[in-house]
Design a protein around this ligand. Structure first.
Ligand code: AKG
Ligand code: FE2
Length: 261
């Protein structure tokens, strides 16, 4: 599959989102989805009863720690190239490794489900240059009944958070399994009302600038076995070198390895 990286970069800065069909092969989606079923079955915390994620939605966090195969997505070369372009804008010209992995999770909607309120994932509205990018990968086919992810085009530029009446400006992103929706994380978005009984599962994968905190401090739960397999480049992406020293006695540079104890 040929990817036009410049087009993605331009669309992300103009509209705040862009989607690619067939980013993953259907077979890969089915495999990932089966693994996510296993992970969700083992996790008591998965069902959301109230609040932001809505009843009928299920979350599996840190899926890379449940099955190493998900590191393939975190370190996917095409995804990292999109990040590189995205974060180059606003960075010092000599800056390298200027972004890091933030979070990977699966979100599944089962049965009928209300829409998720429009929100932003970056915690900062209308921010330019951007601070964070999200990839939503559809593992099941999504039509008008499936609770598709919706976005408000160009809302990544608006310096306020969304309110109820912004709902009418949202458009739903339909597509078959394997589709990948890429968003500036300041875009207003959320899943839409689901009215069928099919499962709808997506993987959300995000990256932010290296000096922001990750959703979970991922390096702390990295298994030694996996760490040994990683290249230097991948370690940078995973955030292993993005920790401040405990004090000036240890080091003056803000950026470095995890303090030993
Ligand atoms: O499930 C979706 O379509 C979007 C999920 C989302 O935006 C979130 O959980 O932050
Ligand atoms: Fe979100």
């Amino acid at each position: 599959m040929k990817i036009n990286f410049n087009k993605i970069y331009k669309e992300l800065s103009l509209n705040g989102y862009y989607s690619i069909d067939n980013f993953l092969k259907p077979k890969v989606c089915d495999k990932y989805n089966k693994l996510i079923t296993k992970i969700l079955n083992h996790s008591k915390l998965s069902e959301n009863k109230t609040g932001f994620h809505n009843k009928g939605s299920y979350m599996a966090y840190n899926i890379q720690n449940k099955n190493e195969i998900f590191f393939d997505l975190i370190f996917n070369k095409k995804i990292l190239k999109i990040c590189e372009l995205f974060f180059s804008y606003g960075s010092h010209q000599n800056d390298e490794n200027n972004f890091q992995f933030d979070n990977i999770a699966a979100r599944r909607l089962i049965g009928k489900c209300n829409n998720q309120n429009l929100h932003i994932d970056s915690r900062l509205c209308g921010v330019d240059p951007p601070i964070s990018i999200h990839f939503f990968i559809y593992l099941t086919n999504v039509n008008e009944k499936s609770g598709a992810t919706r976005v408000v085009p160009k809302s990544h530029k608006i310096k306020r958070f969304p309110i109820k009446k912004d709902n009418k400006k949202a458009i739903k992103i339909y597509g078959d399994k394997g589709k990948m929706l890429i968003c500036n994380s300041s875009i207003w978005h959320g899943s839409s009302k689901k009215v069928n009984f099919d499962d709808r599962t997506i993987i959300t994968l995000s990256y932010n600038r290296w000096f922001f905190r990750q959703k979970f401090a991922a390096p702390y739960s990295l298994k030694q076995k996996m760490k040994k397999k990683m290249t230097k480049e991948q370690k940078f992406v995973y955030g292993l070198y993005n920790y401040p020293p405990k004090s000036e006695n240890l080091r003056l540079r803000m950026r470095g390895e995890l303090p030993k104890n």
